[in-house]
Design a protein around this ligand. Structure first.
Ligand code: XUL
Length: 532
């Protein structure tokens, strides 16, 4: 019996999954989640986020993420599991967010006192109190500057797998460098959320993996190394401040004496952390081409494994490194669960009321269309938030429920075509994948079979599977990804939804209308004024 722990530090919560692997058999023996707003109210976040006075700013506290780890280890220690066989720990984190540390951080990380919580001990190691996160859309100017300095968008896309995106780490670093030069100069190390949390566990600076490194606009995708031209275009002296990039299976260190003593844990291996989307790729079993996953979380994402980094020259999506050593195509939508919740709350519904509204309305929504850009949107790019409505009266609750779900699915279909994946089967994950009515719309819009999983946090499951995989390598007995993933992921499929041909035809026609609405709203609408 060997235990493997996966942690997922997402926008709104921290989740943990422990796998028990016995020979070829494996099962989930522990799963828990804590929401930042409720578990750590002293950080005053709303859905895990702090909004600044400046438009588009979205930040969060790295100290909150550290305290959440401490609370979660407390839960794991109290679970009754025999943790002496906890062999390895790996993690998944919201992508793109960055944590800024000064030169004292190394010794602080190494010398933490197990009698005290982590946050207060590492606070002095921060050179920037708050971390910009993936929801931040305040760096358009920096995106333009970086793009121009590297020789244009096509060059950036070809080398890094993505055009300059506001949420990506490079533009965020550039903004900090320009606005707070003294604090930037006092920064010794800039971690991603993933490598920061791995460093905290290992008690020493941990590397970034190519999956998360590719979400920075700074990494040369083909060689998985920092790209000097992008570094120069971003900020002075940046190379010396970034962590090393190492394969996802790298053992970053041993669980530090702090965590061992504080929660009576063994000296488990700490595996490099990755981004939540690369981890979800593993957790939904996408180790082969031709399948797609849709994650319905705070952000909605659609992604697929790629053997070759076929970048999206149109600039809609991104190519990231995959934990398998391959690549993954991804399109990200900012208005995911927050938009669904917004509609649910606005019309005083529960989730079952939300499902009932979906059942009570017909596919195609009788021509009512909602563009659910309640927050600034990534795909398509909408910097100033504001929902748009077509034939949809503001007091029409049912129309809004179907409108938000249909819009999200149609947008995912339209904006993932660049990946060139003929989608026959979709693996659905994320909190909202528990809702069968939402998955029915997904199946009909895509004309594809949709698989629902028993574990809705596939990023966390993927992290636990990565811990297992890296452990087999470090013991000199490596297992292939198919062997790791197949016995786990397939049995977790609890439901398969098949598309209805007639409904799919309705959506094929409606997608042209939806696309025209997007174009009209982006090109002709006054982006500062919602239509209703
Ligand atoms: C992906 C992205 C989001 C975050 C959410 O590019 O920005 O999916 O990773 O945690």
């Amino acid at each position: 019996m060997s235990l493997y722990l996966g942690l997922d530090s997402s926008t709104q919560s921290l989740t943990a999954i422990v796998l028990d692997v016995d020979g070829g058999r494996a099962q989930v023996v522990f799963e828990a989640s804590l929401a930042f707003d409720e578990a750590l109210p002293e950080y005053e976040t709303h859905h895990g986020v702090l909004r600044g006075a400046e438009t588009g700013v979205a930040v969060s506290s790295p100290l909150m993420w550290a305290d959440a780890l401490d609370l979660m280890f407390g839960k794991i220690a109290a679970s009754g599991l025999d943790l002496r066989t906890l062999e390895a720990i790996a993690g998944s984190a919201q992508q793109h967010g960055s944590v800024y540390l000064n030169a004292s951080a190394s010794s602080l990380l190494a010398g933490m006192n197990p009698r005290l919580p982590p946050a207060q001990q590492i606070a002095g190691g921060l050179s920037r109190a708050l971390s910009p996160i993936w929801m931040d859309s305040s760096t358009s100017r920096e995106c333009e500057e970086i793009t121009a300095a590297v020789g244009g968008s096509h060059v950036l896309i070809e080398r890094t797998g993505s055009r300059a995106f506001e949420r990506f780490t490079g533009p965020q670093i550039r903004k900090f460098f320009k606005r707070e030069p003294a604090a930037y100069a006092a920064t010794d190390r800039i971690h991603l959320v993933s490598s920061f949390l791995a460093s905290l566990l290992a008690g020493a600076h941990a590397p970034v993996d190519p999956g998360d490194g590719s979400g920075t606009n700074l990494m040369d995708l083909a060689s998985a190394t920092w790209w000097p031209i992008a570094l120069e275009a971003t900020a002075l002296g940046l190379k010396g401040k970034l962590p090393l990039i190492r394969p996802s299976s790298t053992i970053a260190g041993t669980l530090s004496p702090y965590w061992q003593a504080r929660h009576r844990l063994p000296p488990s291996r700490v595996v490099a952390w990755s981004g939540d989307n690369p981890c979800s790729l593993i957790g939904t079993g996408l180790v082969r081409e031709g399948l797609a996953s849709i994650s319905l979380g705070t952000s909605d994402t659609i992604f697929s494994l790629m053997r070759h980094p076929n970048a999206d020259t149109g600039g809609t999506g991104s190519v990231f490194g995959a934990p398998t050593g391959d690549y993954m195509g991804l399109t990200c939508f900012a208005n995911g669960s927050i938009a669904r919740e917004r509609v649910r709350d606005e019309y005083g519904l529960t989730w079952s009321g939300f499902s009932e509204a979906l059942t009570a309305t017909s596919p195609g929504n009788d021509g009512r269309i909602l563009l659910p850009w309640f927050d600034p949107e990534i795909t398509p790019p909408v910097l100033v938030a504001g929902a748009r409505r077509y034939n949809l009266p503001i007091d029409d609750a049912n129309g809004h429920v179907r409108g938000v779900v249909e819009a999200q699915m149609m947008a995912m279909n339209l904006h993932s075509r660049w990946m060139g994946v003929g989608v026959e089967r979709i693996h659905a994950t994320g909190g909202a994948s528990a809702n069968v009515e939402i998955l029915r719309v997904m199946a009909d819009v895509f004309g594809a079979e949709v698989c629902q999983f028993q574990v809705s946090n596939s990023a966390c499951l993927g992290a636990a599977l990565r811990a297992y995989h890296a452990d087999t390598i470090s013991r000199g007995n490596p297992r292939g990804w198919d062997e790791i993933v197949a016995p786990f992921v397939e049995p977790l499929i609890v439901r398969r939804l098949h598309p209805d041909r007639r409904r799919h035809e309705i959506y094929e026609r409606l997608m042209n209308v939806y696309s025209a609405c997007e174009i009209e709203a982006l090109g002709c609408g006054d982006a500062s004024k919602p239509l209703q």
